[in-house]
Design a protein around this ligand. Sequence first.
Ligand code: BES
Ligand code: ZN
Length: 631
Amino acid sequence: MRRFLLAALALVAACNAPGAGTQAEESGERQVAPVLTGADARDESSFARPEVARVTHVALDLAADFEARRMAGTATLDIQAADGAREIVLDSKGLEIEAIADAEGRPLQWALGEGDERRGQPLTVQIGDARRIAIRYRSAPEADALQWLTPAQTAGKRHPYLFSQGQAILNRTWIPTQDSPGIRQTWEARITAPEPLTVVMSGERLTAEGEPAGEGRRAYRFRMPHPVAPYLIAIAAGDLAFRELGPRTGVWTEPAMLEAAARELADTERMMEAAEALYGPYRWGRYDMIVLPPAFPYGGMENPTLTFLTPTLIAGDKSLVGTVAHELAHSWSGNLVTNAVWADGWLNEGFTTYFENRIMEAIYGRPQAAQEAALSWDEMQRALEELGPDSPATRLHNDEDTGGGSTGIVYDKGAIFLRTLERTVGRERFDTYLRGYFDRHAFQPMTSARFLADLRANLVRGDRALEERLQLDRWVFEPGLPDNAARPDPSAFAGVDRAVEAFGAGGAASAIPYGRWNTAERIRFLNRLPRELPAARLAELDDAFGLSSSGNAEVLSAWLQLALANRYDPAVPAAERFLLSMGRAKFVRPLFETLAGEGEWGRPIAERLYERARPGYHAVTASSVDRVLEL
Ligand code: BES
Ligand code: ZN
């Protein structure tokens, strides 16, 4: 036992040796990232025991079977193990394992252990001396990470479509590996799909057009040379076209969407330049995006080299591209420096929300960035009110959050924390610090404790008065909002706030310059209106501004929230169209929540709509609505 422990420590030390990664990279070997071992870095969402044996590289060779709705083939894992380690524990959820063998094809013993609904099951493999193993398997048709769309769910209506969503702990439903953000892995993949579908993944494309793979299929190969958290392995396949946007950027989507998507995303290359000017080089090669079908459950997902986006961002006027800035920013905060455990999701999402705002300021100017920051402040205030200021759910480091930012708090409070640091020490000094932080911890996991230690060593530097003013531990570990919080610009929405007041005092909707407002101003207006309004007043708003037929998903969602909470019947058809046309959880869940909260009026509407909408929703969205409706 003692010998084993010493060996395990040696393994961790070897992985942590400074510069080990860079040397390996230079000599053409694969980079191996360290795994943190402190108590704050224990991932309770994974069965893996990386101190005994850990996966360093995943090679996938899979066929996408649209009829069976399965990915099938092999995953070959490279393993680094402590001396004397004889087994490795992987994560698995619903995977059908056929066989596991070593590099010479000799079968290895394996077992699926006891697990639970959330995490799945531990897959323990008796590796003996083997340091490379091949797992033959297939995913289940109901794998949470994968959504298999019928042609009817696509823009073109002619071909099926597949996409994956790995964050937070879903990739274990299609990839048998150690599914923990602190265990970084390089990867490569060969994926076959039936013609004429194109396959794209979150890594470098090695085959531009795909290669013939027999039986009317083509094979696409990819590789990710940097060690990444395994939730960032992502795939999409469908009838896809590509348009170049700049030297390093481009967009994939269905042909029918290509023109609109390219127009909407035209500023992406400039965003990259702005981001690099702030926090250093973009380290991932290309930054492409894919605009998915409307069933995609998120606004965006920062899959490396290939951000996944909802089509609800395509508003026609670039007004929702803050999400692009956000996903791009994750190329530093999240993908480069990654939360080691989901309880520290704020290190990904809070940093990114702050960074997003800095990119927006650089591209679209201070006033617009100030407006978006003020909307984020309002969001946080609403969350604090809802949860209560003492609720543990309002802490940044949140042991109860197993979804890495499933609550809005980590986004908004996290960003306000960083803005507070910026305002306290000055922008120049804080920018220098943050840039250094990304350099010091590139391709490594991060915890709250490590971040605070880094901040103290490199920003506070023993300044007792500064330490006192910042209230660092309070920000990270306590609920509520510390009193030094950087407040939003009170004049960011001066005109809108006057209009809200006038309308609240009985003024006419027709007197409001809504048509001249930008999207942020419209959202502020709708969210700040009195929460209780009679039907006649709602009708006035709807008639004056065409709210129920808004083509802007954020505006429509804010309007429907207000209208449905007031049992405003004329808005029900618009709600129905909206909820049946897309599956983005951020819009879907709150609307069902509002309906369900409206008793004998709303509950039947919710149930009738949900019965029709649910089959089209991704597992993430469906399970969140199931909880709301207590199904
Ligand atoms: N990484 C998140 C999406 C996510 C969070 C997936 C938690 C699974 C669990 C992504 O970067 C994100 O934050 N998306 C937001 C957009 C952003 C502008 C707030 C979204 O989807 O709305
Ligand atoms: Zn994010």
